[in-house]
Design a protein around this ligand. Structure first.
Ligand code: ADP
Length: 614
């Protein structure tokens, strides 16, 4: 818990002035509760003086009590009391005086309200900013993590960490902070006042008080376990939602609606047990404590009747009973506080764990410059594994500047992985990739990626306008450059056919476009990027002939003057390639041009015959 509080405190440092304002107003708000008791006592004794005494102020324990106060406070209060007594003696308790005295109650209440509001306002102000900072920090940390992290973490889990867990943190943080500051002051203030005014009564009424600790201890442990489990279930739920909605077409095509609903409801129902345990943990201690409080109150009544003292004045009685009743609300809140903090800690643990995720791609402190234009790409004896699984082994070849190199081979033979190594999504286990002689691990990854354009089968488009999707290729590109890129990608015609043209929204992942149109937008983006190296993963899905021709033409345009590494499926690309690299189970089995490889009558010949027979 200490660790958690320390972390939150560090995050709140930038907002310390509001935090301090929140603390000060909280303390004042807390002190105003015992103040209210004092005022009620004062008013009650003014209105109902003891029959055996003649004056208002003379009869109050207030006068006796202030005798114990140190100077100059005592002198000041006594003087004030004297003046008041004189005034009351002179005027007797007429209506205006009565109203003037009674009005102190709403006066203190108003002050208490104002300070409580300011306390909550300032603390919420800090809480939302601290939590927003955490959200931004986690998001920007995650977005910089390497592909390997996203391979092993589900999107649903990340969604739930960034939205629900941080949300929980915020509401608990702001509520518990207000309680943590204000309520202890109130409890100590009221208790001190009661003890000071009526020591014996207080001891009787609070004799059973220490038993309050028992429900707090029992339930706080349960809260910790259930809060953690609840967040886990929430992540599962986010996963089901994310996968079902993004895979919505497959769900429909395979009639999986019922299966998905079943999955969703099973996960959603798992919530109930943990949630109800949390409800029990939060709600049982309060009434228990009130019950313990009422025992104290009953003990007080019995004591009053049985003791030989004279009966208390109305004012004393009202104040004391009020004090005992007043003190249990903040105590109840304080028992919840511990539970709330446990929940906040459970929520924060997983969020902070994300911040502890380290990138396994080491970026050099002093990166070497990388110039890919006109440079060779050398793959030197590369080896790579995904966990235990060997995926690439002894990959060794060179791509000359401006060459088109076709990577061919059965599915799963490691072609995509090789392109991922070039983009430095992962680092090789052995060997190196050099561009113009520089090992890419010694360059800044952002610099490396600036020099490579990538067009994949699975086009990555965002739910935005056509213009913005193309412009991602080069932020800051002018309208004319965007249109020129679209023209070169043979996309301009279909774009201007749309009623909104370049402003047309393309839907999530481009669902409002055809496969060929999506491809051409991705190509337009790559053309705009104008990087010297091009990585191409040709579409295997059959585009209609019209689209195929347009996409092909766009690709040819894109490849012009660039060094291209192409995972090739089309025979036309393979024929044209300056070098064909044939992969089989993570190894290169043949390299050469189409004619050379055909003559060799090996792997390539077999692949070619299979493709040709199709
Ligand atoms: P290709 O592009 O030639 O079809 P890949 O490079 O995609 O082949 O895959 C090579 C092998 O690596 C396959 O056996 C595949 O199952 C495995 N693989 C691909 N990506 C991952 C990953 N993220 N984690 C674990 N294994 C993977």
């Amino acid at each position: 818990m200490k660790e958690f509080i320390k972390k939150m405190a560090v995050l709140a440092i930038p907002y310390r002035s509001r935090l301090i304002a929140g603390i000060i107003t909280g303390v004042i708000g807390g002190l105003l509760e015992p103040m209210l008791l004092i005022v009620i006592n004062f008013v009650a004794n003014a209105c109902f003086p003891r029959p055996e005494t003649d004056g208002l102020a003379k009869s109050t324990p207030w006068l006796d009590s202030i005798a114990k106060l140190p100077e100059p406070l005592h002198g000041w209060l006594a003087g004030w009391n004297f003046n008041l007594t004189l005034y009351l003696d002179d005027h007797t308790l007429n209506y205006p005086t009565l109203i003037a005295i009674a009005i102190t109650i709403p006066g203190v209440m108003l002050l208490r309200g104002v300070f409580s509001y300011l306390n909550i306002y300032c603390l919420q102000w800090v809480a939302i900013r601290v939590v927003t900072d955490i959200r931004i920090k986690v998001f920007s940390h995650l977005i910089h993590l390497p592909v390997s992290f996203f391979n092993r973490t589900s999107t649903g889990e990340l969604l739930s960490r960034l939205t629900s867990d941080t949300g929980t943190l915020q509401s608990l943080f702001s509520n518990s902070l207000a309680t943590a500051i204000k309520d202890p002051v109130t409890v100590i203030g009221i208790f001190a006042y009661l003890l000071w005014a009526h020591a014996l009564w207080t001891l009787v009424a609070f004799l059973v008080f220490p038993t309050c600790i028992i429900p707090i201890v029992i339930y706080s442990r349960k809260v910790r376990r259930s809060a953690g489990a609840l967040q886990g279930r929430f992540a599962d739920l986010s996963n089901v939602i994310h996968e079902s909605f993004t895979g919505n077409r497959i769900v429909k095509a395979y009639n999986l609606e019922q299966t998905v609903v079943g999955q969703f409801s099973a996960t959603a129902r798992e919530f109930i047990t943990h949630y109800m345990r949390l409800v029990r943990s939060m709600e049982i201690p309060g009434p228990l404590i009130e019950f313990i409080g009422s025992i104290g109150m009953a003990a007080f009544f019995v004591f009053i009747v049985m003791s030989s003292d004279k009966p208390p004045s109305a004012g004393d009685f009202v104040t004391f009973a009020g004090g005992v009743a007043f003190i249990y609300r903040p105590i109840k809140m304080l028992t919840r506080l511990h539970n709330q903090m446990e929940q906040a800690r459970a929520a924060s643990e997983k969020v902070f764990a994300l911040l502890d995720e380290k990138s396994d791609l080491i970026t050099p402190e002093h990166p070497l410059p990388l110039r890919a234009a006109g440079a060779e790409i050398q793959f030197e004896n590369l080896g790579f594994t995904y966990g235990e699984k060997k995926v690439l082994d002894g990959i060794d070849f060179t791509v000359k500047p401006g060459q088109l190199v076709a990577l061919v081979g059965a599915s799963g033979s490691g072609k995509t992985t090789l392109t991922h190594l070039l983009l430095r999504f992962y680092d090789p286990l052995s060997g190196a990739i050099r561009i113009g002689g520089t090992d890419i691990r010694q360059a800044d990854p952002a610099e490396l990626r600036r020099q490579i354009s990538i067009v994949t089968q699975e086009t990555i488009l965002f739910q935005d306008t056509i213009r913005n999707n193309i412009a991602l290729g080069r932020p800051g590109a002018t309208e004319a450059e965007i249109i020129a890129a679209a023209k070169n990608a043979h996309a301009h015609e279909f774009i201007i056919d749309k009623p909104e043209g370049y402003n047309a929204m393309i839907g999530e992942k481009g669902v409002l476009l055809s496969g060929g149109q999506r491809q051409r937008l991705a190509i337009a983006r790559a053309i705009l990027k104008n990087a010297p190296i091009l990585v191409l993963d040709e579409a295997t899905s059959a585009l209609d002939t019209e689209s195929e021709r347009a996409v092909q033409a766009a690709l040819e345009r894109l490849m012009e003057g660039r060094t291209t590494l192409c995972i090739a499926h089309r025979l036309s690309t393979i024929f044209k390639a300056d070098l064909i690299v044939v992969f089989d189970q993570g190894r290169i089995v043949e390299t050469g041009t189409h004619e050379e490889l055909l003559k060799r009558d090996g792997h390539y010949h077999k692949l070619y015959s299979l493709a040709y027979e199709k």
